[in-house]
Design a protein around this ligand. Structure first.
Ligand SMILES: NC(=O)c1ccc[n+]([C@@H]2O[C@H](COP(=O)([O-])OP(=O)(O)OC[C@H]3O[C@@H](n4cnc5c(N)ncnc54)[C@H](OP(=O)(O)O)[C@@H]3O)[C@@H](O)[C@H]2O)c1
Length: 329
């Protein structure tokens, strides 16, 4: 496991508070670039308003206005709007990518020339596969950046709004955001000297691979099933047919994890039941994407597990069948 010295940021709690409520001990501001200014990007940028945050927009020139709606706040404080200047190659402590998994390399590519100015690159996304693709791409481009991966349980979604941008992000729930070094082996010699804190709201973990695999296992059961049945998460428990499919799919994914020697902290069917129950009235992100006509991330969830299975000569018949059904839908 890579040793790293990233100190947890001083503002760790995933609540969005007013600047006056934040800690009074202020280290130097971080400079942070944000690539992907959708739901998660906007939530994260809201935590970072005390820092120098730059936008990396598609057109590579315009400043970006972010709009956040905080339903839990008093009416006068529910809407928050602020602007991020476009990054012009200033040195960055962090470049944080919050695009969907499939967009990672396409989004990074136009900024290749600026990467020598970046100390740490954090991919804060669901799914797996894009992290190693990114590590390989950086190596090919001879851009030896410190690559991090992160996951978040914070929730937000975009919706149309009556502002000049025509949209806003609704802050749908607090959660935990964790990140750790992606490269487990042979960390660059200067890694141990780096003491750049993580961006506020993100906690450092030394076992990000395990944490991501645990999340992936749950998503690999709940997401395809809710997408095929177009149902809320809770229906995977309340509907006997869906429940039996949930059990069978959990067994299939768990068997692969055993072969891969990826330990899970508890039986997967128990874990997915807990998650389906505690998020009973939610729609999975895959179902939300399908209903909105957007590309979904199943290739980086189930597709990634299919690749792992193929590598071992193992098959995942239920996963394959669900993926096929979704492609035909
Ligand atoms: N939303 C949540 O509650 C949540 C929670 C936990 C984890 N996640 C994960 O976080 C990641 C981001 O999700 P999200 O919900 O924030 O997605 P999102 O709202 O769709 O935001 C993605 C953003 O990336 C931008 N983008 C895509 N390609 C780009 C490019 N080439 N250059 C610049 N920007 C580009 C998109 O711009 P356009 O709109 O112009 O395409 C969009 O603003 C996903 O992996 C998701 O699974 C989401």
């Amino acid at each position: 496991m890579a040793a790293f010295r990233a100190r947890p940021a001083y503002n760790r709690a995933m609540t969005i508070s007013s600047p006056s409520a934040q800690n009074t001990i202020r280290p130097l501001p971080l400079s942070i670039g944000l690539l992907g200014m959708g739901a998660v990007g906007t939530l994260m940028a809201s935590h970072w308003r005390q820092h120098r945050v730059f936008a990396l927009p598609r057109d590579q020139t315009s400043a970006v206005t972010l709009n956040l709606y905080l339903p839990e706040n008093k009416p006068a404080e529910q809407t928050r709007q602020w602007q991020l200047p476009c990054w012009q190659g200033e040195p960055l402590d962090w470049l944080v990518v919050t695009t969907k998994a499939a967009d990672t390399l396409n989004a990074l590519h136009p900024w290749l020339g600026g990467l020598p100015q970046v100390k740490n690159l954090l991919l804060l996304q669901n799914g797996m596969g894009q992290q190693q693709q990114c590590a390989d791409w950086l190596a090919q481009q001879q851009r030896p950046l410190r690559l991090w991966a992160g996951i978040s349980t914070a929730g937000g979604y975009r919706r149309a709004a009556n502002n000049p941008q025509g949209s806003e992000v609704v802050y749908a729930g607090t959660g935990q955001t964790i990140a750790g070094r992606w490269a487990e082996e042979n960390p660059a010699a200067d890694d141990n000297k780096d003491s750049t804190p993580l961006p506020p709201g993100i906690e450092a973990t030394s076992d990000i691979h395990h944490r991501m695999r645990e999340k992936l296992a749950v998503n690999a059961v709940i997401n395809p099933l809710t997408a095929v049945h177009r149902c809320y998460n809770g229906e995977l428990i309340s509907n006997p047919l869906y429940h039996s499919q949930l059990q069978a799919l959990a067994t299939e994914v768990e068997a692969l994890y055993r072969q891969l020697r990826w330990p899970l902290p508890q039986p997967l069917h128990q874990r997915v039941q807990q998650v389906a129950q505690s998020t009973a009235t939610n729609r999975s992100s895959t179902l939300q994407d399908i209903l909105a006509g957007r590309p979904n991330e199943l290739e980086f969830i189930c597709g990634y597990l299919q690749q792992q299975a193929q590598r071992l000569g193992h098959t995942l018949p239920l996963t394959t069948q669900l993926m096929r059904q979704l492609m035909q839908a």
